[in-house]
Design a binder for this molecule. Structure first.
Ligand SMILES: Cc1ncc(COP(=O)(O)O)c(C=O)c1O
Length: 500
């Protein structure tokens, strides 16, 4: 029978054209042979000289491979007596017999709740496409780079920020956010009611885990924010769509379902349709939450980006019974990659929320929190908001003009008073998801309204973001969209229908 050393020499195949260094290839292959028992515990390896001549490699290659495997505990050198497979490796790990299908194709690889997370994966688009019609794209060209760089550099040298962060968030950011909320949103709250999160999405995930049990019923707007809904579904909750009309989400639908435990709402700017919830509707929802002893999650992640109309008092401020959790974010008003947001909580929920946050996610990087605190304190956010409101207004106007000129008869869009996108209602009986996919295949990125539906059938439409595209580039961008329609950007696209 072949000895273990012979098996090593026969089994190693080195690829001299590959990118991986030879010593690493050798070490990985020997490790696999030890793992599956081809090189059994206690086996003596061929001498370095034999390996050099049989494998045609340098001494440095063999020595580096042996050193790595010795450091990892696979090999043991006995002084003057060669190198052996360590006896620790007594139980071989069975070798994989056949290629297995990728995880994504093995239904059982994730739990039923995990399946909810990726069933809804949004249309893919390249985040490097700074100028696109993606609905939540911001104006990266307007980001105040020099102020941000100065503030980050200043905080980056502070050693006291290097330890684990406070689960509630960086103190001076909590204070700065409380001041900001009083100024901009009229929310009367203290800094100790605020917990800093990695954006609104993390806040929603923590809320769902902290407050709900699997099977609990949750009202979501129909159509509504996709990832927000998924946060609740992934906790095993049953989501129930409530329709949206010109006044915002319809509260009657919740009143008819006494088992509802929570309602997830976007009153400042209904996502995705864009209307502002009326004062009457706000009162109805608060009345519902108090009578049903249920929670309201008020997602206000871009409430400040208004171009007209009044910014109405938040549900958090109107509620006198601690039923509302207010969720905010710096993603749209500053930049989504910062991953910074916050929740304003009824006092009794602050400690449980912070405890859950420290287990589920940990707070965001202290450096970023500290830089943002300084950014707010020095007044840069107010200035940035003033600038971007003007800029986004002008970009929206440019988009609407171009859609009117180049897309008339194919889609119809009206101005919005808030947010970063308009709704382009498609003419004809088309499938908006196919249209969006057809556009994306041609490098024109939008979202389909159909992706946002829960139960309700909606007329076909696209969410078309205006914030990321400079005014002077809008004509060319919309011309690309028009060209994609000319090419028949979806198999189902049947062409314009005159009656629409
Ligand atoms: C309505 C709404 N809520 C929450 C989010 C998530 O924001 P964040 O980046 O803060 O997680 C978005 C992002 O687009 C959104 O549109």
């Amino acid at each position: 029978m072949k000895d273990a050393g012979g098996r090593l020499l026969a089994g190693v195949q080195l690829d001299r054209t590959g990118e991986q260094p030879l010593y690493r290839q050798l070490a990985l292959q020997m490790r696999a042979m030890i793992g599956d028992g081809t090189l059994p515990p206690g086996a003596r390896l061929p001498s370095t000289r034999t390996l050099i001549s049989e494998l045609g490699v340098s001494r440095a290659t063999v020595v580096a491979a042996f050193e790595q495997l010795t450091a990892e505990g696979f090999l043991r050198a006995r002084a003057g007596d060669g190198t052996y497979v360590d006896r620790l490796w007594g139980t071989p790990v069975p070798r994989r017999r056949s290629a297995r299908p990728p995880l994504s194709e093995r239904g059982a690889a994730v739990s039923a709740r995990g399946g909810e997370l990726y069933a809804e994966a949004p249309l893919s688009w390249s985040p490097r496409e700074a100028e696109s019609f993606v609905a939540s794209q911001i104006a990266v060209d307007a980001f105040p780079v020099s102020a941000w760089r100065r503030l980050v550099a200043h905080r980056a040298s502070r050693r006291e920020l290097l330890g684990y962060p406070d689960a509630h968030g960086f103190d001076s950011l909590r204070t700065a956010v409380a001041d900001y909320l009083v100024d901009v949103r009229g929310i009367d709250c203290d800094a100790d009611q605020i917990v800093i999160t990695s954006g609104a999405q993390q806040a929603l995930n923590i809320i769902a885990t902290l407050l709900l049990n699997p099977g609990d019923r949750v009202a979501v707007e129909d159509p509504g924010h996709i990832a927000g809904r998924v946060a609740f579904q992934a906790q095993g909750c049953r989501v129930v769509g409530v329709p949206v009309d010109d006044e915002g989400a319809v509260a009657d639908a919740a009143r008819a379902d006494p088992a509802l435990r929570l309602a997830y709402l976007t009153p400042a700017r209904q996502h995705p349709l864009g209307m502002t919830m009326t004062p009457g509707r706000r009162a109805e929802w608060i009345g519902w939450a108090q009578r049903a002893d249920a929670w309201i999650v008020e997602d206000d992640s871009d409430g400040e980006l208004r171009y007209g109309g009044r910014l109405l008092p938040t549900l958090f401020d109107l509620d006198g019974a601690d039923r509302v959790i207010h969720v905010g974010s710096f993603s749209k008003i500053l930049a989504p990659s910062l991953r910074l947001g916050y929740v304003v909580l009824p006092r009794d929920l602050v400690a449980p929320f912070a405890a859950a946050s420290s287990v589920l996610a940990r707070p965001p990087a202290t450096l970023m929190q500290a830089a943002l605190a300084d950014f707010l304190r020095e007044g840069h956010l107010h200035a940035h908001l003033r600038r971007t409101r003007r800029l986004y207004s002008a970009r929206q106007q440019a988009l609407l003009e171009q859609l009117d000129t180049r897309m008339a008869g194919r889609l119809r869009a009206s101005p919005v008073v808030a947010g970063l996108h308009v709704i382009g209602w498609l003419a004809g009986d088309v499938d908006d998801q196919s249209v969006a996919r057809g556009l994306a295949a041609r490098g024109v990125y939008t979202y389909a309204l159909g992706d946002y539906r829960v139960q309700r059938r909606l007329p076909p439409a696209l969410l078309i973001g205006f914030a990321g595209t400079a005014q002077e580039h809008m004509a060319a961008a919309v011309a690309r969209m028009a060209a994609a329609f000319d090419e028949g950007c979806a198999a189902e696209w049947t062409g314009p229908v005159a009656s629409e």
